[in-house]
Every structure is written in structure tokens, then in C-alpha cells.
Ligand binder design. Structure first.
Ligand code: 15L
Length: 268
């Protein structure tokens, strides 16, 4: 069934984060109630906004958070590469808590902010798609694959639908040469999330989240199914960004995950 947003309670997790704030502004006018959640409080609530701070690792708190929620935009958790001990509570246990809370509350659609770092060890320039074998570039990428697998389990066992978005570089402008391939404009992010949220019968689907960049490495598999049609392109920035890249032989320049390949290992 297509989700009729105007009658729904929508929960963005990570509501105070960069993408969470962009989504808040763009989705509050579209739904009946927007229940905001992050570790701390959200300020300046509109008439149809509620604030319910919660730590993803708090199981009882997550069950309370999901009560009465129709759909979730799961953008909360650790969003960059970190030691495993930092990633795990929010991105491993937190994802389990989210899906369990969704099962108990009856929420039936989750849009999961996965990441291109699930496949960050492919070479830059190599064409891949959601069906390519995972090649995470760190613990963060591994945690996002865990989330995608949790989505698969809760679809097959409990009928909870998820669209996992392997988001590229979602920023106001592409930051460097890699961004000419990986950029997702904030307007295209909105189009993608709206499509993932409202398309009928998505089951469990994984798609890449990227704008219509001619230099993109990731296939459009799944886009037609949800009705996502990106309208922006990073190409306009080519001249400015073409030479903005790490030393050519470094993993950061060679592999799709870019700067994340330069983070770690962490030693005691
Ligand atoms: C991500 O998954 C991160 O959350 C974001 O901070 C960027 O680094 C992005 O990927 C990217 O690959 O550019």
C-alpha cells in the first residue's frame, strides 16, 4: 500500500544531525505529525512536531519512541568511521532496538540511511550496483551492512518494509573530485526519501543514493521501482574540483570510500 504521508506520524531519528535537520524542514509540512528524535532535545517545534530524545541503545526508550509511529526515517547513529566500540552501540544494538520496537509498535515502513561505505573498497571508476558483493571500508560500513541485513530479516519474518539508501556525499555542494561521482544534492535526497517512503510494495530494497552525476559509479537499480528520478548533477563543479584529490597512489584516491580509507587502524 502507498503510504499517505498527510495522515501519518513520521519519526526521523538523528533529527538534530545535518541530514536530519534538512529532512525535518522538508518533511514536517508533508505529514500529520513529525516525531523528532536525537540524543538531545530539538528546538523550535512547529505545531505538528513532537520531540522525544532517545539513545538508540536504550531498548525501553526505543519501544516508547516507536509507539504510534507509522514510518521511520532512520538517520540516527554514528555517521562516520570510528573504532568498533564507538560504532556498535548505536549502529548495531541501536538498529536491533529500532526493528524490535517497530515490530512491537506496528510501524510498517523504514527508510534506512545506509551508506556507500558498504562498498567503499571497490576501485574508483568501477561500476557497481546494489547486487555487487559488499566490500565495506571500515566498521561504519560493516555496521550499515548489518542494518541492511536486519531489514531483510524483519521483512521476511515480520513484513516490515525497508528501503535502504546507500547514500553518497549528501552535502549542499560536492566537496572534491570524488564528489563529482558521489554527490547527492539535498533536493535529490528529499526526492529519494520521499520516493522510498511513499512507493507501494517496496518489500526490502537497497538502492544507491546519488544525483544524476555523469561520473557516478553506482547503478540506478531500484530507482524506477520507487519512482526516484534525480534532477541535479555535480558536473557543473568539475573545473573547480577536478584537481582536488589526495595523492594518486593513496587508498583515499584509489578506492570509492575516499577519505574513510585513511582512518584507522586504532591501537590501544
Ligand atoms: C557517509 O556515509 C558519511 O555519513 C558522510 O559523512 C560522508 O562521508 C559520505 O558517506 C561520503 O562517502 O562522502
Amino acid at each position: 500500500m502507498p503510504l499517505e504521508l498527510s495522515k501519518q506520524t513520521l519519526l526521523p531519528t538523528g533529527a538534530a544531525g545535518t541530514l536530519g535537520r534538512a529532512l525535518r524542514a522538508r518533511f514536517a509540512p508533508r505529514c500529520q505529525t513529525l516525531r523528532l528524535s536525537d540524543l538531545g532535545p530539538s528546538a523550535g517545534l512547529a505545531a505538528n512536531e513532537q520531540d522525544q530524545p532517545c539513545n538508540l541503545a536504550d531498548r525501553a526508550g526505543m519501544e516508547a519512541l516507536l509507539r504510534g509511529v507509522d514510518a521511520v526515517l532512520h538517520f540516527g547513529g554514528v555517521s562516520v568511521e570510528n573504532p568498533f566500540e564507538t560504532v556498535a552501540p548505536a549502529n548495531i544494538e541501536g538498529v536491533f532496538n529500532l526493528y524490535e520496537a517497530a515490530r512491537l509498535s506496528g510501524a510498517r515502513r523504514i527508510v534506512f540511511a545506509s551508506s556507500n561505505h558498504t562498498t567503499g573498497c571497490y576501485a574508483q571508476g568501477e561500476a557497481i550496483g546494489p547486487d555487487s558483493a559488499p566490500r565495506p571500508d571500515g566498521y561504519y560500513g560493516v555496521s550499515k551492512l548489518f542494518g541492511e541485513n536486519m531489514a531483510s530479516l524483519y521483512w521476511d519474518r515480520y513484513g516490515i518494509e525497508t528501503v535502504s539508501l546507500r547514500i553518497g556525499t549528501a552535502t549542499p555542494e560536492p566537496p572534491d573530485r570524488r564528489g563529482l561521482s558521489t554527490w547527492l544534492s539535498l533536493d535529490d535526497l528529499e526526492r529519494l526519501v520521499l520516493a522510498a517512503l511513499t512507493a507501494p510494495d517496496v518489500g526490502c530494497l537497497t538502492v544507491y543514493g546519488v544525483s544524476a552525476n555523469p561520473a557516478r559509479w553506482w547503478s540506478d537499480a531500484g530507482w524506477a521501482q520507487i519512482g526516484y528520478a534525480p534532477q541535479d548533477s555535480a558536473e557543473a563543479w568539475r573545473e573547480r574540483l577536478q584537481d582536488l584529490t589526495p595523492p594518486p597512489e593513496s587508498p583515499e584516491a584509489r578506492l570509492q570510500g575516499g577519505s574513510f580509507l585513511g582512518i584507522g587502524p586504532w591501537t590501544r
